[in-house]
Design a binder for this molecule. Structure first.
Ligand code: CMC
Length: 391
């Protein structure tokens, strides 16, 4: 042990410095470039936060207009990518498809893969942020067997995503501003969260000099698991499984039972030992969306609120400081927007792409070393090879 620090799970190891995002887990504070997440969610929008994360400052009106225009002009994907989709089974999990197609983007954009060139890095960031919703919606359309819907430049980022998801050649998608605003907020609240598992994966992949599309594909793979981005899908599945308020106690008891691997999904966080500030905004947004759709009595919402109340009072959760996290309410909103559960983590990835690429760009712009953790070897002591006849 004496040679290096042993820290499985990186519980107490900082692998980098970063000027992008600050979290005080004890207080439940989240700042992007110094701005509180609550203020950004209330007064800003997703693309403005993208600019902020990438460039370090809020844009002025001209800078914002130019940034929005540039992202909007990069939303189309190469037509051959549509053929790429045809190779996937229709029942494939959308995250499985996303791991493949995002990595494949590097095969289409050779012209700007010189990572030492700041302009190339910037174009890759634009391309990734702009094309993620297009690819996400194509994944959904492929699954349900509908034709792909092309992006529209006259719509906002969130409106355009909903349009590509729900319009058909036969019928336009009528944008409801309350729902589009909620969609934008979901992207915004997921935009960055410092050195979580997927962002650290992107940095590690990037530290070898891999291209940004390959690095983001590695982030998508790391996000997929239920302990990370897959939690939003797992929360909804859990709420549906609980099914009725009368069964909540049974599930809470299971979560507390050391012999049962079940955990209350959407609760707990490695860093937050207080309310996740994103969860507070998400809860409010959830109320607004359900009120707009006349779904205030949605049974899943009732179960979620009751479960939250019980868990917040239960000594097990109180002592372990297990509070609802960002994904506890996002699934209910997404379901109300008509988005199927298997797309939830894809939406998380779409919002988080700006965080991943901002961290990658921050690392590549400065001095960095290849990430190379060490290990504690626990295998066999040195021994002589035994020939096949003697084994
Ligand atoms: N339900 C029941 N018990 C829990 C839960 C939970 N959701 N989360 C943690 N615990 C217990 C755990 O059993 C352990 O107990 P003990 O000390 O007696 O062994 C203690 O709390 C600490 O848990 P841990 O697993 O050591 O903590 P961690 O920091 O390694 O894990 C976590 C954090 C988020 C993976 C975990 O809380 C969890 O599995 N939560 C449910 C999944 C979830 O909602 N994930 C989304 C995270 S937010 C979105 C994102 O960042 O991707």
């Amino acid at each position: 042990k004496g040679l290096f620090t042993y820290d499985p799970g990186f519980v107490s190891t900082a692998a980098t410095d970063s000027a992008i995002t600050f979290i005080d887990g004890g207080k439940g504070t989240l700042l992007h470039r110094g701005y509180p997440i609550e203020q950004l969610a209330e007064q800003s929008d997703f693309l403005e936060v993208c600019y902020l994360l990438l460039n370090g400052e809020l844009p002025n009106a001209d800078q914002k207009a130019e940034f929005v225009n540039t992202v909007t002009r990069h939303t189309m994907v190469h037509e051959s990518i549509a053929d790429f989709f045809k190779g996937f089974r229709r029942d494939a999990h959308p995250m499985a498809i996303m791991c493949g197609v995002v990595g494949a983007l590097s095969a289409f954009y050779h012209d700007s893969l010189d990572i030492t060139n700041p302009r190339h890095r910037e174009i890759s960031a634009f391309r990734l942020v702009a094309k993620m919703p297009t690819l996400a919606a194509m994944t959904y359309k492929h699954g349900i067997g509908q034709p792909f819907i092309y992006p529209r430049n006259d719509l906002s980022f969130a409106e355009n995503f909903l349009h590509m998801m729900f319009a058909t050649p036969a019928e336009e998608y009528k944008v409801n501003p309350v729902l589009a605003n909620a969609m934008d907020k979901i992207f915004l609240l997921h935009a960055d969260h410092e050195q979580n598992a997927s962002t650290s994966t992107v940095r590690l992949a990037g530290s070898s000099g891999a291209n940004p599309f390959a690095c983001i594909a590695s982030g998508i793979a790391a996000l997929w698991g239920p302990a990370h981005g897959g939690a939003n899908e797992a929360v909804l599945t859990m709420l549906e499984e609980i099914g009725d308020e009368s069964k909540i106690d049974e599930f809470v008891a299971r979560a507390k039972d050391k012999n049962d691997p079940f955990r209350l999904m959407g609760f707990g966080h490695r860093v937050y030992k207080n309310y996740d500030p994103r969860a507070t905004v998400m809860r409010q947004c959830c109320d607004e969306v359900l009120a707009e759709l006349g779904l205030e009595n949605d049974p899943l919402l009732k179960i979620a609120k009751r479960l939250e109340q019980i868990a917040l009072e239960d000594p097990y959760f109180v002592e372990k400081k297990l509070y609802p996290n960002v994904d506890f309410y996002s699934g209910i909103i997404l379901k109300a927007l008509g988005i199927p559960v298997e797309m939830f983590t894809v939406i998380f990835a779409t919002g988080r792409t700006i965080g991943w690429i901002s961290h990658w760009n921050e690392m590549i712009s400065g001095s960095y070393k290849i990430g190379r953790p060490r290990q504690l070897y626990t295998g066999a002591a040195p021994r002589d090879f035994v020939s096949l006849d003697n084994r």
